[in-house]
Structure formats: C-alpha cells, structure tokens
Design a protein around this ligand. Structure first.
Ligand SMILES: Nc1nc2c(c(=O)[nH]1)N[C@H]1C(S)=C(S)[C@@H](COP(=O)(O)OP(=O)(O)OC[C@H]3O[C@@H](n4cnc5c(=O)[nH]c(N)nc54)[C@H](O)[C@@H]3O)O[C@H]1N2
Ligand SMILES: Nc1nc2c(c(=O)[nH]1)N[C@H]1C(S)=C(S)[C@@H](COP(=O)(O)OP(=O)(O)OC[C@H]3O[C@@H](n4cnc5c(=O)[nH]c(N)nc54)[C@H](O)[C@@H]3O)O[C@H]1N2
Ligand SMILES: [Mo]
Length: 768
C-alpha cells in the first residue's frame, strides 16, 4: 500500500477470529442490549430443543443443538434481541419523507417494530392499526385486484419452514405463483444449474465429509465474514494437512489464517492456523476460464497417461457408468485456447496446471462456492462447469467428496423445499389438491427480476413481503424504487424498519413479527419452528426470549390472518394449523413426502437430513449425471476492454445483507466508512489516481440503457487483479442495470459490472 494515509483505511495484520472477534461481540452486545437482557440473551438462545442461528446457513456439528461461538452470529442475535424499540411514538414523530434521508443503519438501529402500522398518506406517516383492521384491509385490497397474478409475494430466507409453507399455501389458494424470493438474487444459479448436471439443486456433502476429504477448493466466498462457523471446519481440515485452495480476486483474511476463539492455546499465544495453502487471485468473472483451463489440463494429462500405459487421470469407470456428455465437453475444451484461458482468468498457465494437478492428485475433493460464482451473467454456467470438474474424477456421491454451495440466509434452502417457487411442478399441484381440495395453475409466476419488471410496467399492483428489504437488495434502485411507489398495496412483515418500508403504496402496512430468538406461544403452548441448512439437515429451533412487544404475532399467525381475510371460502383450517405447528409439519409431510415422519425425526438431536439423490449417485429417474457445455470464456462482450474495469460488490464484516450493523470491515482494514472502491495499483496509475482520491464510478451499458454513476467515493489501493474492482453491497447496486442478469437463472450480475472510473476534479467535488 502507498504511504498516503487516509482516515479509516489501514492494513489488517492479524488473523481472522482471535481477540478482535471477542471484542467485536462485546461491542455488538453492548450497543444493542440493555444490561441484564443481554447476558442471558446469548445464553438463552441455547435452548435444549435447539436454536438455529439466524446468521447463516452453515450447519452445526452433528448431535449438538447449541450453536458454536461466532462473532457474526452474535451480532445477528444481538441485533434482533436489541433493547431498542421503534414505537408508534417514533413513527408519529417522523414523516416517511424525513426517514428516507436516514441511513440504512440508522433506520434499523431504531430497534424492533412493536405495533402493526398503516400508512396515512395525508400525514405521510405510519399510524397504529389493529391487527383485525389491517388484515381486513389487506384482504379487501388483494380481492379487489382484477387478477391474482397482479400481486407479488416476496420471501426472504430467514422465514421458517412452517411460515413459508403456510405462505405459499395462501398464495396458491389465492391463485398465483408469483414468488419472487431472495434466492433469486443469491443461489438461483445453483438451483437451476445443478439439477441439469447432477439431478438435484442442492449440495451433496455433509459436515462429516469435511473430515475425510483430501483436498478442498473454495471458489468465490468469504467464510471469515459470511459463514464464520465454517472457519472451525476449515481449521480442522487444514490441521489434517489437507491442501485448501482458495480462488478469489481478493485476498480474504478468513481464507488465509484463523485464530480460533474456541481454542485457548491459539488465543493465549496469539497464533493462528493457516487456511488456504494456495491462493489464486482470479480476475473477477474469470472463473469460467480457470475451470476450463483446469479441465483442459486434466484431459491432456489423462490422454498422456493412457498413452503411456497408465489407467488415466479421469475416473473412467465412474464416467462410463454414471455420466453422459463428456464428448461435448471435450470438443468445447479443445476449441478453447490457452491464450483465451490465461487472458480471461488472469492466471498463468503454470498456476492453472498446478491447481489442476493438485485436484488430480486428491482422491476425495470438496468444492465449496458462494456468491462470487453465482452472481454473474454466466452464473448458471459457472456452477455447471464446477460440476463438470467434479464429475471428471467421480468427486460426487462418495465419502469425503462433493459439491458444496454455501447458502446465504439461514433458511433460504428450506423455504424453497417447502414450496416457495415460481415454477410449481405437477406433483405439487396434485399433492395440494389431494390435501386441501383446491387447485392452482401450473403456469410459471414471477421471480425477483420479473416481479420488479411487472411492477414497473403496471402489470402488478400489490406487493407482500415476508421479511427482507427488496428495494435495497435488488439491482437498479433507480428503476426499482420509483416502480414500487406506484403500487396500490404494499405489505411488509418485518422485525425492523428498513428502506423498503418507506416506499408507500396507496395503502401500505407494516406488520411486526416475532424473531427467531423469541418465545412463540400458540393455542397448544410453546412452539418450535424448523429450518434446513446448507447441507440439507432439517432441525428445530425454539426461541427463549420474551417477545420484543406484546403486540407481535408470529409469521405463521400473520399469514393465517391475511389468508382468512383474503379467502373467505378457504379450504384450509388456518386456526388449527397456527394453534399447533406440529400440524403444519404434518401438512408439510403430506405435501412433500421427503419429510416422512417429520415430527418424530425433527425431535431427534441434530434433526435429520433430507434425501439428496446425487449424494448416493442417484441422478434422478432414468438419467445420468451430465457434462454440460458453456461456449466461450468471456463473461460479458465488453470483458477485457482496457478502458473498463469489472466491478464486484461484496459484504463488509459489519453487515448482514442490507442490514448495516456498523461501518467497520476489520479484515480488510477499513474502519468507520463504507464509501470505498478497492482498486488495483496499476489500474489506478494508468488513470492518474492516487490512494484516497475522490472518484466517480459509472456503469458501462452497451444497449443504450441509461448509465448510472456513483460519485465521491474514495479510491483505495488494494491487492486485487488488474482490471478488477470492488465496492460494498448495497452501495454498488445503483450500478447494476435491472436487465443485467444471468438469462438462465435470473440471478442479477452483482459481481461483474463493467464500469468506468475517473478522478473527480476539484470542481466536481464541490458540485457534489
Ligand atoms: N455476517 C454475514 N453473514 C452472511 C451474510 C452477510 O451479509 N453478513 N449474508 C448471507 C447471505 S444471504 C449470503 S448469500 C452469504 C454470502 O456469502 P459470500 O458468498 O461469501 O458473499 P459475498 O460477500 O458477496 O462474497 C463473495 C466473495 O466472492 C468474491 N468474489 C467476487 N467476485 C468474484 C469472482 O468473479 N470470482 C470469484 N472466484 N470470487 C469472487 C469476493 O471477493 C468475496 O470474497 O452469506 C450469508 N451470511
Ligand atoms: N449488489 C449486491 N446486491 C445483492 C447481493 C450482493 O452480493 N451484491 N446479494 C443478494 C443476496 S445473496 C441476497 S440473499 C439478498 C438479500 O435480500 P433480503 O433477504 O431481502 O434482505 P435482508 O437485508 O436480508 O433483509 C433484512 C430485513 O429483514 C427483516 N427481518 C429480519 N429478520 C426477520 C425475521 O425473522 N422475520 C421477518 N419477517 N423479517 C425479518 C428486517 O426487517 C430487515 O430489515 O440481497 C441480494 N443483493
Ligand atoms: Mo443470499
């Protein structure tokens, strides 16, 4: 880094974890919770029946129901269990126009919502309303729409299986499949890409497999921040001497070294366990090229070995018995030149060969990946090329090996499993008809991008959000936010205030719900909910804290309230289901047979695993696993243009998606600010930029769509490949056009935005 000093920018020398993590937990608890409540809060979420941390979807070690220590888990829990409250008095004191000027951090930092509220347009304020009146008005508005397809029903992935199941049931009885979902912005490329490859859209490994792998590849995810409990697993893998290979344009500290707060010896001696043995700083969007390079090397090595009389490098027995399509892949790789591979990946041929050789030497490989792979125009193809790589050596469906998409929200996977999907199957239609006696259309509904388009074009007039912060999470706020302002109805079921709630429709309602940390008591007594983690383990979660307000309802109860008001002729016994969540689970089991014996199995310690065919080398009825071809290596027609950089948007260590806990990004050496753009030194030099300069970042759009710009952020010299740049999500979302997404999965290309960067002149800076 250069000598120039900038406030809040420094180098972070330490390991991930360690004392810094403990100190951060103490700060998080102190800033959110009144003394007394807080000490018990972290302890009391450790229920005997289990508690699922709302922080991430990484599994807990088998047979334990208590959650492991984790800095960002502690932040997630204390943020929800905060002593602060956003009361009716607070809303009386502020118009929505006024609140709009607040930062995302300040809005949520008002604390937990306490009362159901309705928008009063004359006063431009939220005012209290009774639950009955809110439900009645929502029901009237939904029934007044000319067609059910004119309403959108969004889900964010913290919602439990029970709430999500009831929600999709209500929406289907209402008559639409419009289910935009946070997953559409996240791992949709996995949900679309993997079924075509291996027959199932989920990961194939369990936590046990990590104890048996002999190489681990990590593509495009940042465990130190986003799934910190994974560091304990990576630490164990590293301690066994197993090579870990990280593929990431940024050198993420959690992938480099880790001091485990659970190991006193490491803490006291301030030592750390190294994590990645090899770190490949691929160019943003260069993974497709790297994967093709690795596979090209493997095919060549295999041919050489066979010619020399060896058994080959590929797993020929597996390929013959279990796969099809290798010839197509061979042809594609033959057509792909090393020059292109090197150019697009930004890695040398030697490095790629070394990665491939390491892969080839291992008998049992696990490949983990995250948003760095999915949020691209070719996200689905990225996923499928990773599957190809794994299939070449039979690394799917054997102990110690497999593909591991690292999911985001703690129950995003479960929500999809229990029916939150815009593409229903005939089996689902039949099962719901059988159980409840109503039918719903098989036609595809809207995903997240389609939902925003429909709202923009006036085709959809109502939006119901089960959690989340759609307006801020989606790309292109300059399209999304004005579109949402034209709605007839907006309903937000939420724990805390965020910007999406400040976009009033003709009628808007803010419905406060219980969080996962809180006791949920219904007619039959205290309830548990269930969730599914990244490894398809389903387990129970029960809150232990008293609710933040006596006026809160559980998410299932809110769904039931809306359902009864919207569907006077309903065929579902909503009160019966909400009175006892065991009954909801019986219904889930009736509709989704993979949940057989649900209520019994979920009461076993650690829960149970859903059947994943690919883990058993069952690729689906009558089919084999498939090698799939993705022509070319370029992400975008403009990739590689010298005047453009490829910008990725990433999470800081102090945020949960659109929830900004604070302004520090400890492991990247940033404190007290988020207005930064990380740039490569030579890219800065060639643009006459210095560390700390104020800059403008403008998106480059080829198709004549309006270019968006962000002005006044500072340039920070950072260790990333030439041509690559990074800034934080959601600040960077302005630069992502709504139409810039993977055509196959609809996943927005948040991680490869072609941009121009220029220094602001003194005049610009003043005009700002
Ligand atoms: N504390 C905390 N935990 C979270 C979340 C949170 O915001 N905060 N969010 C949750 C959610 S919903 C999700 S989806 C997950 C997200 O977890 P991650 O997938 O780790 O999410 P990102 O921060 O978006 O980071 C992606 C990583 O990909 C890298 N990357 C960017 N572009 C590329 C590329 O082109 N190629 C490669 N190989 N790498 C690239 C970035 O440098 C970064 O390290 O975490 C979940 N857990
Ligand atoms: N540029 C860019 N954009 C991105 C991404 C990126 O990497 N880059 N990542 C994308 C990804 S992976 C995702 S998953 C989306 C996230 O999109 P969302 O899931 O829509 O957003 P969150 O920020 O997780 O939602 C936070 C809100 O959820 C509410 N909430 C919290 N807990 C609960 C609860 O228990 N119940 C209810 N009902 N509400 C609750 C609170 O009101 C809080 O304000 O963003 C996407 N957007
Ligand atoms: Mo996500």
């Amino acid at each position: 880094m250069t000598e120039r000093k900038i406030p809040g920018i420094d180098e972070y020398e330490g390991a991930a974890g360690g004392w810094g993590a403990l100190a951060a937990v103490a700060r998080a608890v102190k800033s959110q919770m009144a003394v007394g409540r807080e000490t018990s809060a972290l302890r009391r979420v450790n229920q005997p029946t289990g508690f699922d941390c709302p922080g991430c979807a990484w599994p807990d070690p088998k047979h334990t129901s208590s959650f492991e220590f984790c800095e960002n888990g502690a932040k997630a829990v204390s943020w929800e269990a905060t002593g602060k409250r956003a009361t009716p008095e607070f809303f009386a004191g502020h118009t929505l126009a006024e609140l709009w000027e607040w930062s995302d951090h300040a809005l949520e930092d008002e604390g937990r919502l306490t009362h159901p509220m309705a928008y009063d347009a004359d006063a431009d304020r939220y005012v209290p309303i009774s639950w009955e009146d809110a439900f009645a008005r929502i029901g009237d508005a939904l029934r007044a729409l000319p067609h059910p397809d004119m309403a959108e029903f969004y889900t964010s992935g913290r919602t439990s299986n029970e709430a999500a199941f009831l929600y999709q049931l209500m929406v289907r009885e209402y008559g639409t499949n419009n289910f935009p979902d946070c997953s559409n912005m996240c791992h949709e490329a996995t949900s679309v890409g993997l079924p075509a490859s291996i027959g199932v859209g989920k990961g194939t490994v369990t936590l046990d497999d990590f104890a048996h792998c002999d190489a681990l590849f990590s593509f495009g995810h940042n465990p130190g921040t986003n799934h910190p409990r994974m560091l304990s697993t990576l630490r164990e893998v590293s301690k066994r001497g197993v090579p870990i290979v990280a593929v990431n344009p940024l050198r993420e500290r959690g992938l480099e070294r880790f001091t485990s707060p659970q190991h006193p010896a490491e803490m006291l001696t301030n030592t750390a366990t190294p994590i990645a043995q090899t770190y490949y700083q691929v160019k943003i969007g260069g993974d497709l090229a790297l994967l093709k390079g690795m596979m090209k090397w493997l095919l060549q090595a295999d041919a050489d070995d066979l010619a020399a009389g060896g058994a080959g490098v590929l797993d020929h027995a597996f390929i013959a018995e279990h796969t099809e399509g290798l010839d197509g892949l061979r042809e594609d790789l033959a057509r792909t030149s090393w020059d292109e591979i090197v150019e697009h990946s930004g890695l040398s041929r030697e490095d790629i060969a070394a990665a491939a050789a390491l892969y080839a030497k291992a008998e049992r490989v696990i490949l983990c990946y995250g948003m760095g792979m999915t949020q691209h125009r070719r996200g689905t193809q990225n996923v499928q090329q990773m599957a190809n790589l794994m299939l070449l050596r039979g690394n799917v469906g054997k102990p110690g090996a497999g593909i591991a998409p690292i999911r985001g929200h703690s129950n995003v996977q479960g929500d999809r499993t229990v029916g939150i999907t815009e593409k229903p199957t005939q089996a689902l239609v039949d099962a719901i008809k059988q159980r409840y006696g109503f039918e719903f259309p098989l036609t595809h509904g809207h995903d997240a991008v389609e939902a925003v388009r429909a709202i923009r074009d006036g085709r959809s007039r109502a939006l119901v959000c089960m959690g989340g912060n759609l307006a801020v999470a989606m790309p292109d706020p300059e399209t999304t936010i004005p579109a949402m302002r034209t709605l007839d109805l907006a309903v937000h079921i939420a724990t805390k205030l965020n910007r999406s709630h400040l976009i009033p429709a003709k009628q808007a309602f803010l419905l406060p719900c219980l969080g996962r940390t809180e006791r949920d008591v219904q007619a039959s007594g205290l309830q548990s909910v269930t969730v599914e983690d990244s490894m398809s383990m389903v387990h129970a979660s029960q809150g232990g804290l008293p609710p933040a307000s006596e006026h809160l309802l559980s998410e299932p109860a809110i769904v039931a309230g809306i359902a009864k008001a919207t569907l006077p002729q309903t065929k579902v016994d909503w009160d019966g289901l909400v009175g006892d969540y065991d009954r909801i689970r019986d219904d889930i089991e009736a509709v989704f047979p993979m949940f057989s014996d649900f209520n019994r199995r979920v009461r076993e310690p650690g829960g149970f695993r859903l059947y994943i065919g690919a883990s058993e080398r069952d690729w689906g009825p009558g089919r084999k696993a498939r090698f799939l071809v993705a022509p070319g290596v370029g992400e975008d027609p403009d990739t590689g243009r010298r005047d453009l950089l490829t910008l990725t948007t990433i999470r800081s260590h102090d945020q949960y998606n659109t929830t900004i806990y604070g302004f520090d990004d400890r492991y990247r050496g940033v404190s007290g600010r988020r207005d930064v753009v990380f740039l490569n030194r030579e890219d800065m030099q060639s643009r006459g930029l210095q560390h700390g300069d104020r800059i403008e970042v403008a998106s480059h759009v080829a198709d004549g769509a309006p270019s968006r710009a962000i002005s006044g952020f500072i340039a920070v010299e950072y260790d990333l490949p030439r041509g690559s740049a990074a800034m934080y999500y959601p600040e960077g979302n302005r630069l992502v056009p709504l139409d810039s997404h993977d055509p196959q999965s609809g996943t927005p290309a948040y991680k490869s935005i072609p941009v121009r960067v220029r220094k602001l002149s003194v005049a610009d800076a003043h005009a700002d």
